[in-house]
Design a protein. Structure first.
Length: 248
């Protein structure tokens, strides 16, 4: 894959070159000399077929998780969150210790301690990593899903982007079965605070979700700018943080 550096920008195929627009600008790649039919049927490409099958499972599992938390993620994500999450799911997939190569799944891998560890602390917005936004400790109760931030002083203990006047905290407790896509997401109350020097204990308490699968716990921090008594999302959520805290 190469970048196109030209005043003329176009998309399409020319001879053996395919031009297209990606997240990094206009790109070009060469056309593969190997037919899809050969990849699907030639014994020489069995490893390729196995890798493709497991990558597809990782991509689907990432989609399951993203769609399960749409209510949280819509304003707290970066442009590459899909590919980044698929990469992590591929690592979870490889923790499947029971299935043969080519048939390993995230649903089996996530049941192992290391499979869960790969997803722990995943940030959905790489431009607002939770550890750089929340500069103090918090407590997560993995039985109830409750999160407590004791005596938070917003002006001192947050990485506040320029222009922000208020901040909101929310959390979520998700049950998700990676094998069936059965899911239930419970959102917590939202705590909105002015960014000042007043200490406040933030308590976020989602309901307990139903369903099967693993339990996922999320914390979100969103910034706002107040103008004439109305709070507006700061820069369309570019500074909002959302992290998957734990998988149980």
């Amino acid at each position: 894959m190469a970048k196109v550096r030209s005043l003329i920008k176009f998309e399409g195929t020319l001879d053996d070159l395919t031009f297209y627009k990606g997240e990094d600008g206009y790109l070009v790649k060469t056309k593969s000399a190997i037919s899809k039919n050969r990849i699907h049927n030639d014994p020489a490409f069995i490893r390729t077929r196995e890798n493709n099958a497991e990558f597809a499972n990782a991509a689907t599992s990432g989609k399951f998780l993203r769609r399960a938390i749409t209510a949280l993620m819509y304003d707290a994500k970066d442009q590459r969150v899909t590919s980044r999450l698929t990469q992590v799911m591929s690592r979870v997939n490889k923790e499947d210790q029971t299935s043969p190569r080519g048939e390993r799944t995230v649903a089996d891998g996530i049941q192992t301690p290391q499979g869960k560890a790969w997803l722990k602390n995943f940030n959905f917005n790489k431009h607002a990593v939770l550890e750089s936004v929340l500069l103090t400790n918090f407590q997560l109760n993995t039985t109830s899903g409750e999160i407590v931030i004791t005596n938070l002083v917003p002006r001192q203990q947050l990485g506040v982007p320029e222009g922000a006047t208020h901040v909101s905290f929310s959390s979520a407790f998700l049950n998700l079965d990676m094998a069936t896509d059965d899911k239930d997401l419970e959102l917590s109350n939202e705590v909105n605070l002015p960014i000042d020097l007043t200490p406040t204990t933030v308590t976020l308490s989602p309901a307990t979700p139903t369903g099967t699968g693993e339990a996922y716990f999320f914390l979100k921090i969103a910034f706002f700018q107040e103008i004439n008594g109305v709070q507006y999302a700061l820069n369309n959520g570019a500074f909002n943080a959302l992290q998957l805290l734990e998988v149980v």
